[in-house]
Design a protein around this ligand. Structure first.
Ligand SMILES: Nc1nc(=O)c2c([nH]1)NC[C@@H]1CN(c3ccc(C(=O)N[C@@H](CCC(=O)O)C(=O)O)cc3)C=[N+]21
Length: 286
């Protein structure tokens, strides 16, 4: 029998990183710079509200400032774009985050592209994505950035490893594959049309699952000794949060595994703070 996996606790790692950031923010404050994040929330979705309050709480913990602009569900695209233009020109605002998803009558991509790339702390603007692809310094999308940070925190070797990504969203699947490629992994993307998914997942040294469906991957899909990163945040009937990976069976095969909750989710917020500090420093250097 092999031993069970070591759990990479994203909540604990987040705490450590936030304590480091707190020192840096205190230093910046002495120079007259208080990193400021503005979050824009449209509508009343309870999940979005809870994520947004998590982001604001994390700002407070590190001594950064933040504000929340709440807009009614009926706000027009034009009004939202106008607000973003105003925030782009507001020198107190270093980072702009528009919480997704947006109501159907608003074109999400248009909104993302309206944000000044120098304030794009989500890393969703095509300019940020393009820079990431060619390995330039930029805002990395928070969830992929958090995943790489988790791997590095355990000194997990990425170079030369086979990384298999299940899921190809613009905010997680695609960019996490790109970041792993930048770290010299050999990357395979799997998705809903992939045939014989298990053949791919079983060959993964690093398996990243970002599908958004509970327990689509279990121990049978995992190679002995693999590193399993679970990006799922699925709210199930009893109100609890569960991952895309069946943790109990997968941990019997993996060498490292991330849990849900207390895994990738908290790291996403922490990397948002990192990006906001980076934005504040760079905007003040201009
Ligand atoms: N513009 C934009 N940027 C985002 O980064 C963004 C977004 N929109 N829309 C929604 C997704 C989702 N997301 C999460 C953040 C934190 C947790 C998190 O902290 N989860 C905790 C549990 C939280 C709970 O219990 O509700 C955990 O996994 O331990 C989860 C999910 C950010 N997103």
């Amino acid at each position: 029998m092999s031993k069970t996996a070591e759990v990479i606790n994203g909540k604990d790692l987040s705490h450590e990183l936030k304590m480091e950031m707190k020192q840096e923010v205190a230093q910046l404050e002495k120079e007259g710079i208080v990193p400021h994040l503005t979050v824009v929330l449209v509508g009343e979705d309870p999940a979005s509200k809870s994520y947004v309050s998590g982001k604001q709480k994390a700002c407070t913990e590190t001594g950064m400032s933040s504000d929340l602009i709440k807009l009614d569900e009926t706000v027009t695209e034009e009004e939202l774009l106008k607000l973003i233009d105003k925030l782009n020109h507001d020198n107190h605002v270093h980072g702009i985050l528009v919480q997704l998803p947006l109501p159907k009558h608003i074109a999400e991509q248009k909104v993302i592209e309206a944000i000044d790339p120098s304030k794009d702390v989500d890393g969703f603007h095509p300019v940020s994505i393009g820079r990431m692809m060619i390995g330039e310094d930029t805002f990395l999308p928070c969830t992929p950035y958090g995943i790489i940070t988790m791997l590095k925190s355990k000194n997990i070797e990425i170079s030369g490893k086979h990384a298999v990504i299940v899921g190809r969203s613009n905010i997680v699947g695609k960019p996490v594959g790109q970041l792993l490629l930048n770290e010299n992994a050999t990357v395979t993307y799997c998705h809903s049309r992939t045939k014989n998914l298990r053949e791919f997942t079983k060959s993964a040294d690093i398996l990243v699952v970002a599908v958004g469906k509970p327990h689509v991957i279990n121990g049978e899909d995992v190679k002995e000794g693999a590193v399993v990163i679970d990006v799922g945040v699925n709210r199930i009937e009893d109100g609890s949060l569960t991952g895309d990976v069946d943790f109990d069976s997968a941990k019997e095969k993996a060498s490292y595994i991330t849990p849900v909750p207390k895994g990738v989710g908290p790291m996403t917020i922490t990397m948002l703070l990192k990006n906001t500090i980076k934005a504040a420093k760079e905007l003040n250097r201009k």
